[in-house]
Ligand binder design. Structure first.
Ligand code: UDP
Length: 202
């Protein structure tokens, strides 16, 4: 069994490299199944207890990895021993590194403040030239992820045909949005990555 249940959440007991391998495997499958990955930290674990919509979003996630040492420590205290931290901010660079020897990976960046995703795309082009950034969009401030603006955003993403969609809209907005749009989004895997697009932008 590769799952560990803590605070009602079924975490995957995966190392960083196991997570990266799984993402590359899913990215190379022909179907646009829109699997998605969430990386709960303590803040999210607390929100999860009182937010039914977030619970549903987590239930349908294909991968749940640990973001933040306190959650990892808790796993040790509870005798469940999750093997590693796999936060989005480390997972994305590790995935991009590993993709060097994989078929070309198409990536779309959604989120962060206006203009930031474009800067993150520049960083990726310089540092990981084998990654193809097929689009990026930072929604204007006040963007309601679950509003009627959505079809246009989903359409923009689908037309770009990404393998990997990075969604940095902050938690729980990003998880709720991906869960709501899962069946419309034509991507292989969506990663709910919090502030990772900001980190990539530098
Ligand atoms: N963000 C956004 N729209 C919002 C709220 C946040 O695009 O309505 C972006 C924000 O610019 C940042 C990212 O979401 O790039 C992560 O936000 P947060 O501070 O929640 O980070 P987390 O704690 O989830 O890593």
């Amino acid at each position: 069994n590769d799952r560990v249940r803590m605070f009602g959440i079924d975490f995957h007991s995966f190392t960083m490299s196991q997570t990266v391998s799984r993402l590359l495997q899913w990215s190379s499958e022909p179907e646009y199944g829109c699997r998605y990955v969430v990386t709960p930290n303590v803040d999210h674990v607390v929100k999860f207890q009182t937010d039914a919509a977030l619970r549903e979003a987590y239930q349908d996630a294909s991968l749940v990895t640990v973001d933040g040492k306190p959650v990892l420590w808790a796993s040790r205290l509870l005798g469940k021993r999750l093997p590693a931290l796999v936060p989005g901010s480390d997972l994305c660079p590790a995935l991009f590194d590993a993709a060097k020897v994989a078929p070309e990976l198409r990536v779309f960046l959604l989120g962060a403040a206006e203009g930031v995703a474009v800067r993150a795309a520049d960083t990726i082009a310089k540092r990981w030239p084998w990654i193809k950034v097929v689009g990026c969009f930072s929604p204007p401030m006040g963007f309601n992820a679950l509003s009627a603006d959505n079809p246009a955003v989903v359409e923009m993403i689908n037309q770009a045909k990404p393998d990997i969609l990075l969604v940095g809209l902050g938690a729980p907005k990003q998880e709720l949005w991906v869960h709501a749009m899962q069946h419309q989004l034509q991507v292989k895997v969506a990663l709910c990555v919090g502030a990772t697009i900001d980190f990539l932008a530098g």
